[in-house]
Write a protein that binds this ligand. Structure first.
Ligand SMILES: NC(=O)c1ccc[n+]([C@@H]2O[C@H](COP(=O)([O-])OP(=O)(O)OC[C@H]3O[C@@H](n4cnc5c(N)ncnc54)[C@H](O)[C@@H]3O)[C@@H](O)[C@H]2O)c1
Length: 343
């Protein structure tokens, strides 16, 4: 059913503040915003002009608000399941931050809950699918410009140390929140999207040398096998000493693409019509917009307003996390793991 008037609630105002601005820029009405930290709540409320009577520290006020028809969930990963289930019970449409969940049990429960509520649209917020450089790469691949893919690699290299300096008990230190799922899901999802297929076999390894605040590996490498003899590799480091990057290389029979989320250019190597050359890079300019919350919210809202299919439904979030869980299992056991995409 088409929605005449979007009335949005936002739960969690870290990344959620970006989503809130995306909703405001789109022209949605803001029904209520929520953060358990009153200081954060009021700061974001003041910044964005959301009046005091539309601010709450209890997310159930959003769930129980009959005017609100769409909820953006941007709380710590551990809380996604509970809040998604509550919103579904109340008949809300939902956009939920990645990663969908942190355990297989929660993934299965959330997929089942969404399937049980076909009246509610659900979008998993895989924001990399809205990053200009990544969209450009997808256009080259889908147009056949790089030919048949044979090797794809991506990484999530992002130093979390400052978060633990600020708060050693930051929710990211929970042992259940391994960096491969938490941040690595961006790189895994990006490859799944660019290749257009799911890795059916993964082999991972990990090490722990950087973050004393966590008990899990803070660096992992994984090899992935995709259908069609496409080899893949993912590197995840949540303690690396460098700027945040998701450097990605796509190798195809007609060319190669090298790009990331924080550089204003991508390198494009393409052979000519006879299949010659391809050794000199064309530097193609791309907009740097690592958290393109405006485009992400627009994709969600357009589907509600026009009653069209969500491009990243829950199964996309579930498959991405499942592949990440398989990497963690392989890193622990030293064995090759086949992700189970049956939800
Ligand atoms: N798309 C991306 O690139 C991206 C980037 C960062 C984080 N994330 C995801 O976004 C989510 C939030 O991460 P973050 O970086 O904003 O974390 P954060 O810790 O910076 O912010 C989370 C906010 O949620 C609030 N909160 C916690 N429990 C709450 C509750 N029950 N009700 C209301 N508010 C609550 C906290 O007070 C805090 O202000 C996580 O799922 C994370 O994985 C996504």
């Amino acid at each position: 059913m088409k929605i005449e008037k979007l009335v949005v609630g936002v739960i969690g105002l870290g990344m959620g503040a970006h989503h809130l601005k995306g909703a405001i820029n789109y022209g949605a009405e803001i029904g209520m915003i929520c953060d358990i930290n009153p200081e954060t709540l009021n700061k974001v409320g003041e910044e964005t002009g959301v009046p005091a009577e539309r601010r709450t520290t209890n997310y159930l006020d959003i769930v129980n608000n009959k005017e609100i028809n769409a909820v953006l969930i941007a709380t710590p990963d551990q809380q996604h399941r509970e809040q998604v289930e509550a919103c579904l019970e109340a008949g809300k449409h939902i956009m939920c931050e990645k990663p969908l969940a942190l355990t297989r049990e929660d993934l299965e429960a959330m997929v089942a809950a969404v399937n049980a509520h076909p009246e509610c649209k659900f979008m998993i917020g895989q924001i990399c699918r809205f990053t200009p450089a990544f969209i450009k790469a997808k256009e080259y691949i889908d147009a056949g410009a790089v030919g048949e893919l044979y090797f794809v690699e991506s990484e999530y290299a992002h130093d979390y140390q400052h978060m633990f300096d600020h708060d050693p008990k930051n929710w990211r230190s929970d042992p259940i929140r391994n960096g491969v799922v938490g941040g690595g899901c961006h790189a895994v999802d990006l490859l799944r999207w660019l290749v257009g297929a799911d890795p059916y076999e993964v082999y991972g390894m990990g090490t722990h040398k950087l973050l004393s605040a966590v008990t899990y590996d803070d660096a992992n490498v994984a090899l992935l096998k995709f259908p069609g003899n496409v080899m893949g590799k993912v590197f995840v480091s949540t303690g690396c000493k460098r700027n945040y990057t998701m450097r990605t290389c796509i190798y195809g029979t007609k060319g190669t693409l090298i790009f990331d989320n924080t550089s204003p250019t991508m390198q494009v190597f393409l052979t000519d019509a006879e299949g010659n050359g391809g050794h000199e890079a064309e530097e193609v300019e791309v907009q740097v917009n690592n958290h393109n919350a405006n485009a992400e919210f627009k994709a969600f809202a357009d589907c509600l307003v026009n009653d069209t299919e969500i491009e990243t439904p829950i199964i996309e979030g579930a498959k991405t996390v499942e592949a990440c869980l398989a990497i963690i299992e392989s890193s622990k056991t030293g064995k090759i793991v086949n992700p189970n995409y049956n939800f």
